[in-house]
Design a protein around this ligand. Structure first.
Ligand code: PLP
Length: 399
């Protein structure tokens, strides 16, 4: 029996999740697999985070919360934007959801009419397009390859805007490429957007703190204050504080839009778990040394990856500026054979890499960028070195 409506049938499960499940299955069967498919820090959150959650439980702070998020947590988010991004938001201009992912659901549920277009520069995070489609929108993918630093430029943006464009979706630092927009690049986009007042900007800044090289981070709203009333910033504690499973994300934007997102929350999840909110509050208001230390760890790992990958002939690799992924061009190797079978694209490349060489990656097609594979660098240095050996071994075997 077919249970799904057209919208549900038209999308797929998250590809990176699916690949991670396949890797886990092989591991359970006893295979020696290095799983670099999922994007989550491989260490524990700071101890005071778990302690704050336990304390909330002990004190019985476990009733329904309000849809927008706890007042104290929203105040902490307001302070975060003030001190880290020089942005002034009031408590009713921020809201809390079950991860950044749920904010995307709230946003598109609340704002998209059937057939509205959302511009998504690619390579992009695997979930953007399907979340847009699920809410009746049309994702408009704009290819932004290495020749433009994996970033949309004013010309490409102008050419993609139509009367149906509702949102431009930006993500800096980027998953999967690690590219970071400069203030100047954002300003170039803002000049185009000034001519198209119907277009809103969703800036996904979830990797804000994972900076690997010299490139500084700037929030879109800080770089383009004149677009503040058309900008929604999305962020969260998943990546910065290694709190992926706690499911706490937050957004900042114009009051009327935030009120609408809260309305979506009130009719869906009611509120984020109050225990998780207590943990997120501790993360945002506690000692921030963890965040800088984690970023340094990722930067060291990125350096190792860059050194090792530079030694593999036939692949293309631009060292990431942020986030925790290596996005590797493997297109030049297509057409070569492995055990008599032709490797035709990134999906078959990734399948061979997993099945024959025990390394789990995500093919670029999942990010709207065929010809690449993504490896997470959220693993120990030893694991990363072994992973690069396995990749090198596969590349050497291609004839
Ligand atoms: N945005 C990007 C670019 C991501 O890579 C991810 C997670 O991988 C998310 C959002 C979702 O984050 P959260 O855990 O807050 O839902």
């Amino acid at each position: 029996m077919n249970f799904e409506n057209k919208r549900a049938a038209g999308i797929k499960s998250s590809p990176s999740m699916a690949i991670a499940m396949a890797a886990k299955k092989l591991i359970a069967e006893g295979r020696d697999i290095i799983d670099l498919s999922l994007g989550e820090p491989d260490f524990e959150p700071p101890a005071h985070v778990a302690e704050a959650a336990c304390e909330a439980i002990r004190q019985g702070r476990v009733r329904y919360g309000v849809p927008a998020g706890m007042e104290s947590l929203r105040q902490a988010i307001v302070s975060k934007f003030k001190t880290e991004n020089q942005l002034n938001y009031a408590a009713d201009e921020v809201m809390v959801a079950n991860g950044a992912k749920q904010i995307l659901f709230d946003v598109f549920l609340a704002t998209l009419e059937l057939g509205d277009e959302v511009i998504i520069p690619t390579p992009c995070w695997v979930s953007y397009g399907d979340i847009v489609s699920l809410h009746g929108g049309d994702p408009v993918y704009v290819s932004c390859g290495p020749e433009v630093g994996f970033k949309i430029d004013p010309e490409r943006l102008e050419a993609s805007i139509t009367s149906k464009t509702r949102w431009l979706l930006l993500n800096s630092p980027s998953n999967p490429t690690g590219a970071i927009y400069s203030a100047q690049e954002y300003r170039g986009l803002a000049e185009v957007l000034a001519r198209h007042p119907q277009v809103l900007v969703l800036s996904d800044e979830i990797y804000e703190h994972i900076l690997l090289r010299e490139a500084p981070f700037i929030s879109f709203a800080s770089a383009c204050p004149e677009l503040r009333e058309r900008t929604l910033i999305v962020n969260g504690v998943s990546k910065a504080y290694a709190m992926t499973g706690w499911r706490v994300g937050y957004a900042a934007g114009p009051k009327a839009l935030i009120a609408s997102l809260n309305k979506m929350q009130s009719q869906s999840v009611t509120s984020v778990s109050t225990v998780a909110q207590a943990a997120a509050l501790a993360a945002l208001t506690g000692d921030q040394a963890f965040v800088a230390k984690a970023a340094r760890t990722f930067a060291d790992r990125a350096k190792i990856m860059s050194q090792r990958l530079a030694g593999i002939e036939g692949i293309d690799f631009t060292p990431p500026e942020g986030a925790f992924y290596a996005f590797i061009g493997v297109g030049k190797l297509f057409g070569r054979k492995l055990s008599g079978e032709v490797v035709v694209d990134d999906t078959t490349f990734a399948a061979h890499l997993l099945q024959q060489f025990g390394l789990s990656s995500v093919p670029g097609a999942a990010f709207g960028a065929p010809g690449f594979i993504r490896l997470s660098i959220a693993a120990s240095e030893r694991e990363l070195e072994r992973a690069c050996e396995r990749l090198a071994s596969m590349v050497r075997s291609l004839k």
